[in-house]
Design a binder for this molecule. Sequence first.
Ligand code: GAL
Length: 490
Amino acid sequence: MKYFAFLTALAISINLHSQNTSLLNEGIPVFHGAKVTGNLPNTDFLFTVPATGERPITFTAENLPKGLSLDPTTGIIRGVVKEKGSYAVKVFATNVKGRAGENLKIEIGDKLCLTPPMGWNSWNVFTNTLDEKLVMETADAMVSSGMRDLGYQYINMDDYWHAVSRDADGKPVANAEKFPHGIKWLSDYVHSKGLKLGIYSDAGDKTCGKCFGGFQHEDIDAKVYAEWGIDLLKYDFCFVPWKKEEALSRYKKMGDALKGSGRSIVYSLCNWGLFNPWEWGESVGGNYWRTTPDIIDTWNGAPFWYGSFTSILKKQTKLDKYAGPGHWNDPDMMIVGNYGNGKATGGGGKYKGMTDLEYQTHMSLWCMLNAPLLSSCDLRSMNEATKNILLNPEILAISQDEKGEQAKLVSKQNGVWLYKKNLNDGSVAVAVFNTTKSQKKLDLKSSLLGLQGTYVASDVWQHKSAGILKDKLELTMKGHETLVLKLEKN
Ligand code: GAL
């Protein structure tokens, strides 16, 4: 019994402090991902408690709100909570190697997306080849790759799920050849895995791919999406007059329709940063908004209108004050692991993609900036390098930190950019981004970070200590590398 209690305490302390990869490798249960989740009252609730460790794991929970139940073998929590409220739940995971406990806050109220959403989007790689089989295989891959155990949750269908037209009553219809069993059947499949299903539409009468859009069909679309079991809507801006009042009124119309749909549906605004959506996105019901045009799978040199990784990154500076739990800046989906294979504009072999070290930089900064972490690569065939990037629990913990503070760019010197993000437990995440092609040395000075005293630094990518920061710490970065350090007060 004593031994058991010791293991529990050990696992909790590991989880609260730095994620220790050697313990992860030993198979002891460790919790990951969001420690807080929100849902609307009286709507379906679904949350998979993310935990790694040797299977089988038995999950239990204390203080679950009335209406919810936890499946002990999968860690999936389901049900409906009628009353608004903040529920402090304690979840436990036990296997042959040990036991871990974690606090999980369930907020039943009017906010969704209390941490940046984690998942996948079909667009960049698959464009119009999206179909039922791909969605199912991607959901399977999200589970088998271990992504679900780290908190990835959304499978988002982008453009081209549509039939040629709506039905005679104006209801949206999916393409029957691509989705032979229909979307409700598909969402049941995705939900059975503890994952969520997203869909895509447009504030004009056509989507960017010229399928039918949502304009003047907002209520019926939201209602049908709810019947289909949809959990997220990305709403685009093609075929809409480029006027701020059009953006505001059309996005609000759909935002209101989603709120009245009887389902908790996350709302993603995609008007490419026109008219500063960070200033009004939340007021129209948006949970996150694109800050730029589409990302192209290249370090720099994207064609006019599109964005490269670095041009998009630059545009995020100074947007930090608009982000927080339930409302995030979206610098577009992640291109990690695409290697130039995307079919979307600018892809298809025209751009060669980025190196693994550059993709690691991309992941580092998207996590620091609280960007939605929507992978757009083929999850069914990720190589080891891609998995190491997308499945690094330590960088994901920085993204999913409950405080929800977006990193600030605090200094630029000699081609090295320094980002700082305060975390909920009082520690500080720092990203040191070498924008140049050549190796750089940098003295990380406490004064640049506004810190005083002594800090123990751990390297989030190397999974080891990076030394002690007292006044300064000497760091070396390869060209285009980003070091991410977690600094804990000594
Ligand atoms: C673009 C959007 C992309 C993708 C595409 C679909 O406007 O930015 O992310 O959704 O439309 O046609």
